[in-house]
Design a protein around this ligand. Structure first.
Ligand code: CP3
Length: 326
């Protein structure tokens, strides 16, 4: 690539008026399961911003829904699970994922890669800890108290649940790559709630299982979490090719912690609300701090905020391309 590649987490979605129009009267999960909508929503930000990759429009709970877990994505709330997981029987009741469960994904990815041509499609899955939190809490949680109660108090049940989710996430990524995705991102958005030693013991082995299974497919693997400054070295060691860094860690420090791996990030998503020249100044700082990285994918430090002005992201994309052209 002639410049540093750019894409934005949550680039598809609520910040785009064309997305909101398509979603009128269509529930989130329905949108994720209809190939015509998945294809169009995934392409919208590529057209508008000229980003260097598309991210598959889906959600981390879609594979759970596909195998039969009773859940919904509630507007303004997030994933809500009807019967939270609390026992070995609850874990055993969750089926493993086979490609037949997600035929709509194979179909959507196939159409997308044909439409995208040379622009790569990034597939994704939720990492076991973040998905476990939704399953155990029954919905979004700030403190992950029930999840940690299971993790600390019933390690056998925890291990069974994490193994089950790891198998589902790996199978979900395999389907996306088999259908044509050319990179994958494992989202462990809530891993920042853990201490390094708890992460290493209770989470890393399962995320490593997912990343290891994907390594056989030969596509780059990005491993991302929020508030994970103290975990970056471990997240790299879990088997990432690229370590996603949130905005709280200066990127040059993130590069050191990533242990010789490429990094992705990490402009504060709120800087887009500042005047353009101020936002671009912050972006220039991110680029400068990435100068010694073995590789850099420019991104925000977390997802695009819903009230973001799309024109700011277009200007940001152009700026990174111009500044890094070689
Ligand atoms: O990045 C993209 O453009 C691809 C689409 C994508 C979505 N969810 C679509 C979505 C991706 C990569 C995800 C991953 C996801 N989902 C994560 C990991 C990434 C992260 O942000 O940390 C997590 C934790 C979830 C769970 C989830 N789903 C949350 C927290 C929410 C937001 C709740 C809200 O409404 O505030 C969702 C719903 C969701 N997923 C939306 C979109 C576009 C909004 C639904 C809508 O438009 O009604």
């Amino acid at each position: 690539m002639p410049h540093t590649p750019v894409w934005f987490m949550r680039q598809a979605g609520r910040s785009l008026p064309e997305y909101r129009k398509l979603r009128e009267g269509v529930a989130m999960l329905e949108a994720c399961m209809r190939p015509d909508l998945v294809v169009e929503i995934t392409l919208q930000p590529v057209r508008r911003y000229g980003v260097d990759a598309a991210i598959f429009f889906s959600d981390i709970v879609v594979p759970l829904k596909a195998v039969g877990v009773d859940l919904d994505i509630v507007p303004g709330v997030g994933p809500v699970v009807a019967s939270p997981v609390a026992s070995p029987a609850d874990v055993a009741a969750i089926p493993d994922l086979t490609p037949d469960h997600v035929g709509f994904v194979t179909e959507s990815v196939g159409e997308l890669v044909a439409e995208l041509g040379a622009t790569p499609l990034i597939g994704f899955a939720g990492a076991p800890f973040t998905v476990a939190s939704y399953l155990v809490e029954g919905g979004p949680s700030k403190d992950h108290a029930k999840t940690k109660a299971m993790m600390f108090g019933d390690p056998d049940l925890w291990s069974a649940l994490m193994s089950k989710i790891a198998a589902i996430s790996a199978a979900y990524l395999e389907v996306q790559v088999a259908a044509g995705a050319s990179a994958v991102q494992l989202f462990d958005s809530w891993a920042g709630a853990l201490t390094p030693s708890d992460y290493e013991r209770f989470v890393l082995p399962y995320s490593a299982t997912v990343l290891e299974r994907v390594s056989a497919l030969g596509v780059p693997r990005i491993h991302f979490g929020v508030g994970t400054g103290e975990l970056l070295t471990l997240m790299g060691a879990a088997g990432a090719d690229v370590v996603g860094v949130d905005w709280r860690v200066p990127l040059d420090e993130g590069v050191r912690r990533a242990g010789g791996r490429a990094v992705q990030g990490n402009l504060d998503p709120a800087t887009v609300f500042a005047p353009t020249d101020v936002m671009l100044g912050h972006a220039a700082d991110v680029l400068a701090r990435a100068a010694d990285a073995p590789g850099h994918i420019f991104n925000l430090g977390h997802g695009v905020l819903p009230s973001t002005d799309p024109d700011q992201l277009a200007r940001l994309t152009d700026f990174v391309h111009e500044q890094t052209r070689h």
